[in-house]
Design a binder for this molecule. Structure first.
Ligand code: HSE
Length: 308
């Protein structure tokens, strides 16, 4: 038997309203777990996927396949892996399910390769899982799932990941409706070109949000949590979205929006008590609209992928 290791990687909220494909943060739960055993077969064999019966065990069709294949190629070795995946995050939920499995696989393989790669390099490998899952190698979920905290993808080419300051009172509420949205479908709804006026409003908010995170200016964070790019095109995909957003803001949330490509909806709040009130008001909307859901409340998680 080869060396083996078990790693978990957290769910993530990406975009954060204004930062389509560039901003994301980690939450404490849910999370995915990946167990890897290093072999000399040269093959990637997925022995089991627990907690989900819709994902393929074929490594050509599961996100861990291209991630591990890319790492073996970069190492220039003939190693293989046996893999067991435990899905804590439902696929298609908008909180980085494919990203968490990809990040956990990359992190675990790196430990078995004696930390040959930096965390930023692992983001590059984990993006291969996103490419398989959605047809687009975005990094705004895999980066916070690996690093923890809040991350900015300053550039994709070359890849440049920046860890941002996390104000201590920032809390996250996530409501996961019992439905799925395929990221590829949600991305297909977006305009490929934007009016300059829209771009100006959006990047003003990205700058404002980053400045607000550093100065821990919660009012500036509040003013910056707006999305003129993805939300107007995607809101119709998310059951209960407008009701939840209105109730979150009315209950004191700093901002609310679609988590990643949906259908999860997130809200940011100052302080845990405020976040709890926001979670209760969003939950009431879901109950009144008779939509099944799960609710999570978490500080921004400082922990990314790690051994468990
Ligand atoms: N930034 C991506 C999107 C995240 O919104 O399509 C998808 O998980």
């Amino acid at each position: 038997m080869g060396r083996s290791i078990r790693v978990k990687a957290p769910a993530t909220v990406s975009n954060l309203n204004c930062g389509f494909d560039v901003l994301g943060l980690a939450i404490n739960e849910p999370f995915d777990t990946v167990e890897l055993e290093l072999t000399e077969t040269g093959r990637i064999e997925i022995d089991d996927i627990r907690g989900c019966n819709t994902l393929s065990r074929d490594p050509a069709e599961n996100v861990v396949g291209p991630v591990l294949r890319a790492m073996v190629t970069a190492m220039g070795v003939t190693a293989g892996f046996r893999v067991i995946i435990e899905k804590g995050i439902h696929p298609g939920s908008g909180v980085g399910s494919s990203a968490a499995s990809s990040a956990a696989a990359a992190y675990a393989a790196n430990l078995l390769f004696d930390n040959a790669f930096s965390l930023s390099e692992l983001v590059g490998f984990a993006m291969e899982g996103e490419r398989l899952a959605s047809g687009s190698a975005h990094a705004d979920n895999v980066a916070p799932s690996l690093f923890g905290g809040i991350t900015l993808v300053r550039s994709y080419d070359p890849l440049d990941i920046v860890r941002l300051n996390v104000p201590p009172e920032l809390f996250v509420v996530v409501i996961l409706p019992d439905t799925e949205v395929k990221t590829s479908v949600a991305r297909g709804l977006l305009d490929r070109q934007l009016p300059l006026e829209t771009a100006v409003r959006q990047w003003g908010n990205v700058g404002g949000l980053v400045a607000g995170l550093y100065s821990e200016d919660y009012e500036l964070i509040r003013r910056s949590l707006e999305d003129f790019v993805a939300e107007p095109r995607r809101a119709g995909l998310v059951p209960g979205f407008s009701g939840m957003k209105i109730s979150a803001l009315a209950s004191g949330a700093l901002g609310a929006g679609i988590s990643g490509s949906g259908p999860s909806v997130f809200a940011l709040s100052r302080g845990e008590a405020s976040a709890r009130a926001v979670m209760e008001s969003m939950s009431r909307v879901m109950h009144s609209e008779r939509i099944g859901f799960k609710a999570y409340l978490s500080p921004v998680s400082s922990r990314g992928a790690g051994i468990c």
